[in-house]
Design a protein around this ligand. Sequence first.
Ligand SMILES: Cc1ncc(COP(=O)(O)O)c(C=O)c1O
Length: 414
Amino acid sequence: MKDLFEKIKANRGPIGMHAKQSHGYFTFPKLEGDVGPRMIFRNKERLNWSLNNYLGLANHAEVRKADADAAAQFGFALPMGARMMSGNSDLHEQLEAELSSFVQKEDTILCNFGYQAIVSAIDCLVDRHDVIVYDAESHACILDGVRLHMGKRYVFKHNDIEDCTKQLQRATKLAEEQNGSILLITEGVFGMRGDQGKLKEIVELKKKFNFRLFVDDAHGIGTMGATGGGTGQEQGCQAGIDIYFGTFAKSFALIGGFVSSDEQIVEYLRYNMRSQIFAKSLPLTLVVGALKRLELMRKHPEFKDKLWEITRALQNGLKKAGFEIGSTDSPVTPVFMNGSIPEATNLILDLRENYNIFCSMVVYPVVPKGMIILRLIPTAVHTIEDVNYTIDAFSKIVGKLKSGQYVSDKIAAF
Ligand SMILES: Cc1ncc(COP(=O)(O)O)c(C=O)c1O
């Protein structure tokens, strides 16, 4: 038998094993100053492409004022307790009603974190007789929700409708035997590669199979669809999404999340979702902040238009310069390169220190060994000059990568 702490000390995990060499720079970097395209990293201003502040709301003057006024009026304690017991308010209900109309669903339940909302909603919706069918590249919170499920689950190859159909056939057989139901879970926009889930095709499958569709639209809310109502709206199939999830952590530049669906389903969630019954409700200050952001999203469609103008300039410019950006059809912009982890760290060090560009780096084990993704998130507050400067800098660093200038046997020292 092993001592638990000795076991942990011997194996720090796939990313944690690099903590000593990477902490504070490649991992846990500190970005300071107002949230936006220019932030301070290690005492120097950098051009920042790493935040999901898609619409630029984080530092909008009206948002900052609404947040400050709400904090002064309500603080962060109110309301105390869970919604069901003592933590409800008119403003919580107003926000739920406004979100419902924004995403074209009958009703909505607010949650404190997006991650918690997904895990808990999945847990609440299915029992051991039911079957879950889900996309292989689903976000960790979907995978954790699926892990809680006591019944069977079938995974389909990422965005592969043929395989999805096959898994639905298997699920149908089992659900019929067990007198259960099927929940199919996928994403509106996949946050790593930026490709949209094939929602329209999946909704079409309802003609052949009996299942309910749950869509995590963390990256799609505010960025996709004519009014920012999400990826279902974008693909013209929002009505076919039975359970719609959005987070406040990205376009809203806040914290919290929500689940929208038919009135009776949301009522069921309100009275049965463990993370909401047994935990404190979203602070009023955050609720007021979310209402202000929603008002601005509705009043200013030009924020989304600007986001897409920057997105197109960045993605078309990168493609024209010869970069591989995969199959993104959202603002999420992955730039694929080949190299080892030490090469990736040397490249990032060069990019940050000599070009003052800050973006996220994704390496093994998140992606296969030998692959490097530099992930750029354009926002409505970036400029075309930022785009051009970045593509130029990327061309230079990739030239160095290809000519072996970043080769090393250890992680870059900073
Ligand atoms: C696809 C997806 N789902 C869910 C979440 C979790 O949302 P939150 O940050 O609000 O907990 C995220 C955020 O990282 C995400 O990218």
